[in-house]
Design a protein around this ligand. Structure first.
Ligand code: PHE
Length: 350
C-alpha cells in the first residue's frame, strides 16, 4: 500500500474507511492541470484493498488523458468504493450518502458520475449531499441521465474510423462485430451496429442480457470462454478492464479492437502485442470518451442533445484519425501515439 502511494504519479489520494459498512473509499486525483478532476465512481468488491487503490490510480490516469484528448476543461480523477464481498444492499444508500458528503467537502476538486457498479439512481443519492459536483443524476432529479448511450455513440463512430483505416471504407455493412458485454454501453452499441448493417455477435455473463439479445432479438451469443478466439472483423470489449493481455491477444482472430471498456490493456506491453499481431487498437480512453463528453457537455456546458451528438461523433473520429495516422507514420503503437497527443495538450496548458 505504502509503495503504491509513493510511486503513483498523480497529485492527491483521498482515503476513507467507511466504518458502518467496512467499505474502503478511494478518490484518486491524477491531474487538475486542465481543470477540476472528473471521473466516475466505481463500486464493487475487490479481492484486496490494494487492488482497489490500484484500480482507482490507473483509472484516474486514463481519465486525465481522456478529458485532455476530448477537449473538455477537466482534469482526471476516479473514485472507487470497495465494498466487502458480503455487502448487504440495504447499506447501499448509507455509504453513498456519506460518500456524497465527502465529495461536497472537497469543494469542487473532484466531479463525479456513474461508472461500473453505479447508476443514475446512485448519483441521485450521492448528489443529495454532494451537489453540485455530481453528474449523471436521473432526468427526474434534474440530471442528464445515463452516459451509456453517448459512450456507445462514440464507440460506434470510432469503429467506423477504424474500418476506414483498415478496410478502406467506413461502412459497416456486412462487417462482423463481436461485442463483449451487453450492458449500458455494449447494449446501446449493439443497436447502433445493427442499424448500420453490421453482423453482430455478443457475449455476456449475465443471464438477463443473454435473454434480451439472444432470445428476444435473435443475436448469436458467444460463450464467455470463447470470446477471444471467435473469428470476427472487430472485437469490441465493453465490459471490465484487463481483457487484452498476454493470454488473450494471441487468440484474437480480428483486425480491429475497438470498445467502450476502460483500461482494456492489462499491462503496457499489450499495446505492442496487438501491433505485432497486425491488429489495430483504438485506445480505450479515446474511443470511450463519449460518456465524459456527454456529462460535462450537457451538464456543465449546457449542450443540447444534437450538439452533444455532433461533438461526440466528430470529436472522437477526428482524434482517432490523428492517432492512427501518427502511429502509422512513426511506427509506434496507437496507445503511444494517443499518449503523445494527450501529453502535448497537457503541457500546453499552463
Ligand atoms: N465513468 C465514465 C467514464 O469513465 C463517465 C464519467 C466521465 C463519469 C466523467 C464522470 C465523469 O468516462
Amino acid at each position: 500500500m505504502e509503495s503504491l502511494l509513493k510511486e503513483w504519479k498523480g497529485e492527491t489520494t483521498i482515503v476513507r474507511y467507511d466504518q458502518p459498512t467496512g467499505a474502503w473509499v478511494f478518490i484518486a486525483i491524477f491531474s487538475t492541470r486542465l481543470g477540476p478532476a472528473a471521473g466516475g465512481t466505481r463500486m464493487r468488491p475487490y479481492s484486496d484493498v490494494q487492488s482497489a487503490l490500484q484500480d482507482a490510480f490507473r483509472l484516474a490516469e486514463a481519465m486525465t488523458y481522456k478529458l485532455a484528448l476530448c477537449g473538455m476543461s477537466f482534469g482526471g480523477g476516479k473514485a472507487v468504493i470497495a465494498i466487502p464481498p458480503d455487502f448487504d444492499p440495504k447499506f447501499r444508500s448509507g455509504v453513498l450518502s456519506r460518500y456524497g458528503e465527502l465529495v461536497h467537502q472537497l469543494g469542487g476538486l473532484f466531479y463525479t458520475g456513474s461508472d461500473v457498479g453505479t447508476s443514475s439512481n446512485d448519483m441521485d443519492i450521492i448528489a443529495e449531499k454532494g451537489s453540485p459536483y455530481v453528474f449523471g443524476r436521473t432526468l427526474t432529479a434534474g440530471g442528464a441521465g445515463s452516459s451509456g448511450p453517448a459512450t456507445a455513440l462514440g464507440v460506434f463512430s470510432g469503429i467506423q474510423i477504424a474500418c476506414q483505416h483498415v478496410f478502406g471504407e467506413r461502412s459497416l455493412t456486412g462487417r462482423r462485430v463481436l461485442v463483449q458485454g451487453a450492458g449500458s454501453v455494449g447494449g446501446a452499441l449493439i443497436e447502433y451496429l445493427r442499424s448500420s448493417g453490421a453482423e453482430v455477435k455478443f457475449s455476456d455473463a449475465e443471464e438477463a442480457s443473454i435473454c434480451q439479445f439472444r432470445d428476444d432479438i435473435g443475436l448469436q451469443c458467444v460463450p464467455v470462454e470463447e470470446v477471444y478466439s471467435e473469428e470476427c472483423d472487430i472485437f469490441s470489449p465493453c465490459a471490465l478492464g484487463g481483457v487484452l493481455n498476454s493470454r488473450t491477444i494471441p487468440q484474437l482472430k480480428c483486425r480491429v479492437v475497438a470498445g467502450g471498456a476502460n483500461n482494456q490493456l492489462a499491462e503496457p506491453e499489450d499495446a505492442a502485442r496487438l501491433k505485432d499481431r497486425g491488429i489495430l487498437y483504438a485506445p480505450d480512453y479515446v474511443i470511450n470518451a463519449g460518456g465524459a463528453m456527454f456529462l460535462a457537455g450537457v451538464e456543465a456546458q449546457g449542450w443540447t442533445k444534437e450538439h452533444m451528438e455532433k461533438e461526440v461523433t466528430e470529436g472522437i473520429q477526428n482524434v482517432l484519425q490523428k492517432i492512427f495516422e501518427l502511429a502509422a507514420k512513426k511506427g509506434i503503437t496507437t496507445e503511444a501515439a494517443a499518449r503523445q497527443v494527450a501529453e502535448k495538450r497537457l503541457s500546453a496548458a499552463i
